[in-house]
Design a protein around this ligand. Structure first.
Ligand SMILES: *[C@@H]1O[C@H](CO)[C@@H](O)[C@H](O)[C@H]1NC(C)=O
Ligand SMILES: *[C@@H]1O[C@H](CO)[C@@H](O)[C@H](O)[C@H]1NC(C)=O
Ligand SMILES: *[C@@H]1O[C@H](CO)[C@@H](O)[C@H](O)[C@H]1NC(C)=O
Ligand SMILES: *[C@@H]1O[C@H](CO)[C@@H](O)[C@H](O)[C@H]1NC(C)=O
Length: 433
């Protein structure tokens, strides 16, 4: 459905972008084609605001087609919509500069010099929206940052928070669910200690017999990652975002599956059936379905995963650990030292942070069900740094298009966001006139 209609929503364009904004001397004046999607079907030409999505790691179509709220809002407020793709030299600084140049140039090209720009983003894209407003307040009038874990990714959080919150999600459905998961990992752990690798293979339908502690570690990581994905994408309806999440009420279904089985390990295998959402796998391959990287919540697969791994090493810090005490997962540490060891072997090094003290006009929205939420801003910091919390929300649910299954809390949040953004646009217009 989405594939079929996607060309009707957006036009795909390329922007001739500066390759390196900061080292003119070393890289010269090279350029590359930066992809963006645009629709002016709702735009009050030359006057309506510009809603600019600061693209994430990954294919921009994926985000455009899963952020329908922005186009709905554009229809309401007569806005031009642009979804920009993040590539460049893969640093936050370069991505921000890319967006700044693109916005400035496109405004000229489109006769939109007077149009206030509001940036939007979910997750890492939301972090970029925050940083855009901080770095380029002259270009961007306001930012809606949905599910943007700007504190924890700057090393300012509790390393136990993420997997604790994943656990809480499942515990809320049924406390027995947490015990069952913990029990299954315990059984796995015992078998691994006894080196009963064949039983582990058969219980988890693995393609190859595991043979080392490293294989077991990988299996634990793969299993834990399935729960992470289920918690993040626990939307009130099914979705194909970030791979395929087959059914709604995921926590509930996962818990039921976990509690239904007679054998805990097989129940755990069935629970992580999301790896087999196509129904085509005859067995699970440990190393191709999940890749361990500098983001313990998973980097995804394929080319995009390298880019994210690189960023997780260089700028976005995610030292989250599970410990089987504050969460239901086996102890798996990921300390700053481990990160440094892994990253220096694999890539290079550096860092970015924004200063919120002097910032304004940013909405930080978060869903209580989203394990990323508590790594972000949960309380308003000032009258214009506004936290909006969505009790039934998962990972940037508010950015998704309206759906009959939406809980009241996300409907209320979107309405509030819409009103605040309209105010920003109005104020920006007053200021420039
Ligand atoms: C880039 O630099 C080269 C050589 O210095 C010059 O000939 C060319 O016109 C420049 N291109 C742009 C787009 O400025
Ligand atoms: C998790 O902790 C429980 C005690 O609370 C213990 O019995 C179990 O062995 C631990 N599991 C793992 C995988 O370490
Ligand atoms: C759990 O078992 C019950 C009874 O056998 C069945 O009706 C239900 O569909 C099962 N749930 C899941 C998620 O497998
Ligand atoms: C994948 O799903 C199909 C269809 O439900 C099932 O027949 C198959 O056994 C599953 N594979 C694994 C490894 O569980």
């Amino acid at each position: 459905y989405e594939e079929y209609f996607k060309e009707e929503y957006f036009r795909e364009e390329y922007f001739n972008q500066v390759l390196d904004h900061f080292s003119y001397n070393s890289l010269g004046n090279g350029t590359y084609d930066q992809r963006y999607l645009i629709t002016d079907q709702y735009w009050k030409k030359g006057n309506g605001p510009i809603f600019f999505y600061t693209g994430n790691e990954g294919d921009t179509w994926e985000f455009a087609l899963n952020s329908g709220f922005i186009t709905e809002l554009a229809a309401e407020q007569g806005a031009l919509v642009i979804f920009a793709e993040h590539v460049g030299l893969l640093t936050v600084e370069q991505a921000l500069a890319d967006y700044a140049v693109m916005i400035t140039e496109l405004k000229k090209e489109l006769g939109a010099q007077k149009c206030p720009v509001i940036v939007f983003g979910g997750s890492y894209g939301g972090m970029l929206s925050v940083y855009m407003r901080i770095r380029y307040p002259n270009i961007v009038a306001g930012a809606l940052a949905a599910s943007a874990p700007i504190l924890s990714t700057a090393g300012l959080g509790d390393s136990r928070q993420f997997f604790r919150d994943v656990t809480t999600d499942f515990e809320k459905f049924n406390p027995a669910c947490k015990d069952a998961v913990q029990g299954a990992f315990q059984t796995l752990n015992t078998l691994a200690q006894q080196k009963d690798y064949r039983r582990i293979q058969s219980a988890f339908s693995l393609c190859k017999t595991p043979s080392t502690p490293k294989d077991i570690h990988q299996l634990n990581g793969l299993l834990r990652n399935a729960f992470t994905m289920m918690a993040m994408l626990d939307y009130p309806y099914s979705t194909h975002f970030m791979g395929s999440i087959p059914c709604q009420g995921l926590g509930l279904v996962a818990c039921e599956t976990m509690l239904n089985g007679t054998d805990l390990m097989s129940a755990l295998r069935d629970t992580v059936g999301m790896y087999n959402s196509t129904g085509q796998l005859t067995c699970y391959d440990l190393y191709s379905l999940y890749v361990e990287c500098a983001d313990p919540t998973g980097c995804g697969l394929g080319f995009d995963s390298y880019a994210w791994d690189y960023q997780a090493c260089t700028e976005i810090e995610m030292c989250y650990e599970s410990n089987n005490v504050t969460d239901m997962f086996p102890p798996m540490t990921f300390t700053e030292q481990q990160r440094e060891q892994y990253c220096s072997k694999r890539w290079g090094w550096c860092r970015v942070q924004g200063d919120l003290d002097t910032a304004s006009n940013i909405i930080f929205s978060n869903g209580d069900r989203d394990p990323w939420a508590n790594g972000g801003i949960r309380k308003s910091l000032s009258p214009s740094l506004i936290a909006i919390n969505i009790p039934e929300g998962a990972h940037h649910l508010d950015l998704r298009e309206s759906n009959p299954a939406d809980p009241e809390s996300v409907i209320v949040a979107r309405k509030e966001e819409s009103e605040i953004i309209a105010q920003w646009v109005k104020a920006a217009r007053k200021k420039s006139s």
